[in-house]
Design a protein around this ligand. Structure first.
Ligand SMILES: NC(=O)C1=CN([C@@H]2O[C@H](COP(=O)(O)OP(=O)(O)OC[C@H]3O[C@@H](n4cnc5c(N)ncnc54)[C@H](OP(=O)(O)O)[C@@H]3O)[C@@H](O)[C@H]2O)C=CC1
Ligand SMILES: O=C(O)C1=N[C@H](C(=O)O)C[C@H](O)C1
Length: 255
């Protein structure tokens, strides 16, 4: 079976990678790709169409799934349009506020919705091990540093927030401290969170656990955005035929 994929944010950093990853697979076809204000360009031979035609494209082209890397507001709009059309929705977009997250989850009542803040398999492994590290090192100081390109809009990253949830679920922490300045001694139970933005760095996440005259560093470094795109296309293939509900990348890779 060929999985028919619609792509949103198609001329963005990730949208281009998704088109490339999908078109190089034998089991996928990109049936449409949209961006806000396309200027007639094509990406890997796929014509980029205007985003305001999404509602008709998602019906007429009969995609199996839409893959979205845009922004939180538009991701929610696309999820709702997919719910109306009965088309599965995969999004890697980050930076949702609580209302937007609730709206995205509500779409999961109608269709299969998969949201993952990071589609790298190595990050899923990091999520799996960080809780165990925190449990084994109770009382150690924990700090998280994430580093991304200078075009990233949200901070901390979606991946950082996911890792922080895992850290908090496995240890006794009082609060997150976002950066430090001036007279700011460390509280025993705080988690320091630091967001660096520079150049075209694809994405790095490092958790530092320190105490007892030793330190442990758990680091993931994405070397190429293709790793995220490949994971997102794997998710689009996996979600074909899934029933309505809310899914994450762990479901795709079988954990
Ligand atoms: N889950 C994962 O593995 C990953 C997630 N991400 C996340 O994906 C998202 C996109 O990242 P990236 O590709 O780097 O960003 P870009 O800014 O490069 O691309 C975003 C694209 O979406 C379009 N867009 C943005 N806002 C809207 C809107 N309101 N309506 C319609 N189109 C819109 C932009 O159009 P225009 O050109 O007109 O602005 C652009 O083409 C971010 O939230 C990022 O954090 C990124 C990498 C991996
Ligand atoms: O914006 C990015 O580039 C990335 N965003 C995701 C996030 O916010 O966690 C994933 C990845 O780190 C790249």
């Amino acid at each position: 079976m060929t999985v028919r994929i619609g792509v949103t944010g198609a001329t963005g950093r990730m949208g281009r990678e998704v088109i490339a990853a999908a078109t190089e697979r034998d089991d996928c076809e990109v049936v449409f790709a949209v961006n806000r204000e396309p200027d007639g360009e094509t990406v890997d031979g796929v014509e980029i169409e205007p985003a305001d035609e999404f509602d008709s494209l998602v019906v007429d082209r009969e995609p199996t799934a839409v893959v979205d890397f845009t922004g939180p507001e538009s991701a929610v709009d696309y999820a709702e349009a997919c719910a109306d059309a009965g088309v599965a929705f995969v999004t890697g977009t980050t930076g949702f506020d609580d209302d937007q997250r609730a709206a995205l989850e509500a779409a999961g009542d109608e269709i299969a919705v998969l949201h993952a803040p990071n589609f790298a398999r190595g990050v899923q492994a990091l999520v799996n091990v960080v809780g165990e590290a925190v449990r084994n090192l109770q009382g150690y100081d924990v700090e998280l540093v994430e580093t991304h390109h200078n075009g990233k809009r949200d901070a901390p990253s979606g991946t950082a927030n996911r890792l922080l949830e895992e850290i908090e679920a496995n240890g006794e922490f009082s609060e997150r401290t976002h950066g430090r300045e001036g007279e700011a001694p460390r509280e025993e139970a705080e988690i320091g969170v630091h967001a660096l933005r520079a150049g075209d760095i694809t994405g790095e996440h490092e958790i530092v656990l320190a105490g007892n005259h030793e330190e442990v560093r758990l680091t993931h470094r994405a070397e190429d955005r293709g790793v995220f795109a490949a994971g997102a296309v794997d998710a689009a293939v996996w979600i074909a035929g899934q029933k309505a509900g809310r899914y994450d990348f762990a479901d795709v890779i079988g954990e």
